[in-house]
Write a protein that binds this ligand. Structure first.
Ligand SMILES: [Zn+2]
Length: 202
């Protein structure tokens, strides 16, 4: 409401007596009944002003730029399967912090320069190591700053090293129908990310 006021709108609030209230309620019911009758024509339009104002307030509350295109692409690369039982299985029994870390890595909307730069929070998309754009794959598998933290990740598998789907509990296009997420690997990724402290707000 404060937001609406700030934008130069006036808001009047007024208590109404019970009898008036009843009258209004009766009217509202009548209108509702009429509107829900079969073949009912839409009544006059709801005044536009209110909804427009709300939309403006809403659009100011969230960053106006849409999600970067490559965010959807990242999520799909991580997991070719639609969210379902396996997603629930992944997040089951994770603490809030662990779940938040996993969600960041799976969506790509992570507190890493690659994404922060896109939403105009960081000045550069480059990693502090100076070698590449700091995206999820660079962070998980390649950045030399975190080599010492990667022992457990590497011990999870010999065949899936560097496979982002495997490490984030997603289905790769090459996985067959019997595929299930490797929860050990997912937990190792989460532990790795938490150990680096990189995804936390500073
Ligand atoms: Zn790096």
């Amino acid at each position: 409401m404060r937001k609406l006021r700030r934008n130069g709108n006036q808001i009047n609030i007024r208590w109404i007596s019970t009898s008036e209230d009843n009258k209004l309620r009766g009217l509202a019911k009548e209108q509702a009944r009429a509107a829900t009758q079969e073949d009912a024509l839409p009544q006059e339009r709801v005044p536009r002003m209110k909804s427009t104002t709300l939309n403006i307030a809403r659009s100011q509350a969230v960053p106006s730029n849409d999600l970067p295109v490559d965010i959807g692409r990242h999520a799909k690369r991580v997991d070719a399967a639609l969210p379902g039982k396996h997603t629930r299985q992944l997040y089951d029994r994770l603490s809030w912090k662990e779940a938040s870390v996993l969600a960041q890595l799976r969506t790509g909307m992570a507190r890493l320069n690659g994404y922060l730069y896109r939403i105009k929070v960081a000045d550069t998309d480059q990693c502090a190591c100076g070698q590449a754009r700091e995206n999820v794959e660079h962070f998980l598998f390649r950045c030399q700053k975190w080599t010492a933290h990667r022992t457990e990740l590497l011990q999870c598998t010999n065949t899936h090293r560097g496979n982002i789907s495997f490490f984030l509990g997603g289905k790769s296009p090459s996985d067959d129908q019997k595929w299930t997420p490797n929860l050990e690997a997912v937990r190792a990724s989460i532990r790795f990310a938490i150990a680096t402290g990189r995804l936390e707000a500073t």
